[in-house]
Write a protein that binds this ligand. Sequence first.
Ligand code: SF4
Length: 375
Amino acid sequence: MSALDRPWAINWDVTYACPLRCAHCYSESGRRASRQLSLEDMFRVADALISLKPQSIQFSGGEPLLVKGVFQVAERIAQAGIPVILYTSGWLLDERLVADVARIFSQVHLSLDGATAKVHDTVRAKPGSFERAMKALGLLNEAVREQRQRGGKVLTFGIDGVVVRSNFHQLEEYCTAIVPRFPELKFLSLGAAVPSGLANRPGYADHELLTDDQLWLLGSGGFTRYLQTLAPASVKVSTTDGLLLQMHPDHIASGRALRGLMHVEPDGAVRSMPIYEGTVGNLLEEPAQVLWERALARHLDPYLAETLGPVRTMKEWAKAARRIDLHYGSDQVRARIFLRQNYRPPRPSDSGILGVVRRTPPPGRDLGPAHAPVH
Ligand code: SF4
């Protein structure tokens, strides 16, 4: 049996609805239709995913806690013996929900994109989101403390930070000012923003994707070890440059590309690669194993190797990612991409919403051919 006979983990974006408006959002959530399934169809997708026997299934989005029935679906997967991991901004996590979250999920990753309200709220384009994230971490901390006292299952929770230029100067502060506030917290994962979704819009690499020097630092073990010395010993600090997700042909050849992660869209469509547009079919229509094998075959498509082969810098990666999205994306995907505005940094006069998306196409613009180069 080969390591790729089945996915070792599955990420399911259970909705594209989201109360936040992060400028880097990989799924463009909150600015597009949610594509959420009925509860009955969510169970069908869950059963298809269970049939693949992955080591874990991650619920992401969008904001999973917005989905009616999300706990029932997660519970079905957990009862099949597969750990379910929740990715959330914490915006909706309150006293009412935290008990179910702690009971059903094995792990919670709470997104924090700055160590202060000013930075986090700007990156997330939502005033008050830092305060809500802190409150959610406090609730998780308390729930875990109670679980530990009672004995039995204990939830693991931690912080995930998307690292961009706006928060790069705060990485030490995550370790010294945030993490120590929550004694039950177990991990801090800091990952470079990768050029996916809104983070590969023209302009975003010039202002927010890390410089190549910053990316190198984040990917170096020495920097991770340094951050680890600043955090409490009970917290595992990890950093990543995100290159595993790039699918560079050299990484595929050497086994360093992250090929074992299956990515599922809210309506059950399976992506060929987690960070690029393009699907290979839908779990409601075809067997999961067939779709998995089709996704793996896409990784070896000569177009992918030709487009990513010359990539050496973050800016080149962003440009290649735009070409890949247009090449593999459907007409609907290309229409959505053409409606995006180029990224511009927020000005003091902005109301906090970064990366506004045009609602109608610019006059006279058509969708262009599927292989149109973009810049
Ligand atoms: S990145 Fe931000 S906008 Fe996108 S799903 Fe996550 S919280 Fe919502």
